[in-house]
Design a protein around this ligand. Structure first.
Ligand code: UD1
Ligand code: MG
Length: 462
């Protein structure tokens, strides 16, 4: 497992060489940042793939390992390899910095940024507009790097020291400060458009003011944590992130190319390119991790990956000015979070692990349960009975002959899926959840791009 096979080594070297060639070529003409980003993503894939292989045993020796609980032998495999991907990603987007600005640096400002502004009289008379280096675009990009670095430090700390939930929960909000400041200085829009049906009561726009910043900080807390709690079966953390990443790309393409044509570049163009530059290398490193983490897993991703992935999405949503569309891609995570809330807020006890239970006899996963040593308090019992008594049961209970609850299934959508569809193999469960994620996301984008005009007066692409 630790050494690359000759086919792998050959394919990865060929891919890397091709990508280096493409990057070198982008220096001709105006520079092609999207093509360069694609090539950098290929390089990021190749380096993550090899590094995951090489560093697996190093991580094991350092104590970064975990037991695969849903296997017969419960073997130990390296944990936290997502940290390798996060670091390669950070280096990639740092090396990429000059590329989106190549045109501004070299072509439009003759290699000097805007230091060489000296305007001849002719220019002033003919009214030729001066090209200034877009410092705000650079600030946007750098703030993203800064926020991501902070959250990766949190993730690595968590993987090393297993930080408590209540301590780590808010850290992404602090990490998002650089991004929020840039949003404030550069864009500062805190208005939300009101649906036409509510306009008579609220007007066309409502200014949320500082509440909007609280909302964006909440997005930064939600995205990383929600990926981390939709976890526990091979491949699920990284696959859900890949699906969300692909949907974000689709959203960018729809916004950039399916928009009604206009003679002037639309102001929403830059944020979508920004999103592409951040998402493509993310997909590169994630695919490399996926190929090692999919069933049967050879490595675990660790919390670093979940925080890092969630923060990439939060940053892209905030700085791309489409944080509400982003939430449409997080529907399963939102449902999982709401469903988990009684356990997260300790109305119902929350064991250290809530991942589905492996039945060694059948080799299938079953819903995992919380054992009640003492009968639950009245409020908890009421809630549990309510969830179990719905026409479509949202929980399965085990009661003793006094009618007291002795066991209840854990509140995650992975367990719920097993309650509804019965025991199944780990990969089948992962595929089911992923198809659901994909369908919800496509539906979300359909609503955003096709149905929005039923509710809102104008689509911001127009
Ligand atoms: C979160 C969940 C926890 C879930 C865990 C699984 C909440 C509040 N916390 O905790 O319920 O059990 O993720 O990742 O919902 N593991 C496997 N197979 C896998 C992935 C993980 O057996 O495919 C086990 C391994 O023993 C691994 C451990 O889970 O070492 C990783 O758990 P960790 O990420 O540290 O858990 P949390 O994120 O704290
Ligand atoms: Mg985790």
């Amino acid at each position: 497992m630790n050494l690359l096979s000759s086919t792998e080594a050959f394919s990865l070297s060929a891919l890397s060489l091709a990508c280096v060639g493409v990057v070198a070529n982008t220096f001709q003409g105006d520079g092609e940042p999207v093509i360069a980003s694609l090539a950098f993503s290929g390089l990021a894939f190749a380096s993550s793939y090899s590094m995951i292989r090489w560093l697996g045993p190093v991580f094991m020796n350092a104590g970064l390992k975990g037991r695969d609980m849903s296997k017969l032998k419960r073997t130990e495999i390296p944990e936290s390899l997502g940290a390798v991907c996060a670091l390669i990603y950070l280096l990639t987007i740092i090396v990429f910095i000059p590329f989106p600005f190549y045109k501004d640096i070299v072509a439009a400002t003759s290699g000097g940024g805007n230091r060489d502004i000296s305007v001849s009289e002719d220019h002033q008379i003919s009214g030729r507009s001066l090209h200034r280096f877009p410092h705000s675009k650079l600030a946007t990009y750098l703030s993203a790097v800064l926020s991501l670095q902070s959250v990766v430090i949190l993730g690595i700390g968590d993987d090393l020291f297993d930080i408590r939930w209540r301590h780590k929960f808010f850290i992404p909000a602090f990490a998002s400060i650089p991004v929020l400041i840039v949003y404030f200085v550069d864009y500062g829009v805190t208005n939300v458009v009101v649906p036409m049906q509510l306009e008579p009561y609220l007007g066309q726009m409502v200014d949320l003011g500082w509440l909007y910043y609280t909302y964006m900080a909440a997005i930064a807390i939600f995205c990383p944590n929600s990926i981390n709690i939709l976890a526990g079966i091979n491949g699920i953390e990284v696959s859900q992130s890949i699906v969300i990443g692909c949907l974000l790309l689709l959203n960018d393409l729809l916004s950039l190319y399916a928009a009604p044509s206009s003679p002037n570049p639309h102001p929403a163009t830059d944020p979508h390119y920004f999103s592409i530059y951040l998402v493509l290398p993310f997909l590169g490193v994630s695919l490399a991790l996926w190929s090692h983490n999919w069933y049967p897993a050879k490595v675990f991703v660790g919390d670093t990956y979940c925080y890092f992935a969630g923060m990439v999405f939060a940053i892209v949503g905030i700085l791309g000015h489409f944080s509400k569309t982003l939430l449409l891609l997080f529907i399963p995570q939102i449902i999982n979070f709401v469903y988990s809330a009684p356990q997260l807020f300790h109305v119902i006890p929350c064991p250290r692990h809530r991942l589905p239970r492996f039945n060694a006899r059948t080799g299938l996963l079953e819903p995992s349960t919380t054992q009640w040593q003492r009968p639950p308090r009245k409020s908890a019992a009421l809630l549990l009975n309510l969830l179990a008594g719905l026409p479509v049961a949202l929980i399965k209970l085990e009661k003793n002959n006094l009618g007291e609850i002795v066991e209840s299934t854990n509140l995650t959508i992975l367990n719920l899926w097993l309650v509804w569809f019965g025991p199944m193999r780990e990969d089948k469960l992962a595929i089911g959840i992923l198809l659901m994620q994909l369908s919800c996301g496509l539906f979300g984008l359909f609503v955003r791009h096709e149905l929005a005009l039923l509710v809102f007066r104008q689509d911001n692409r127009q």
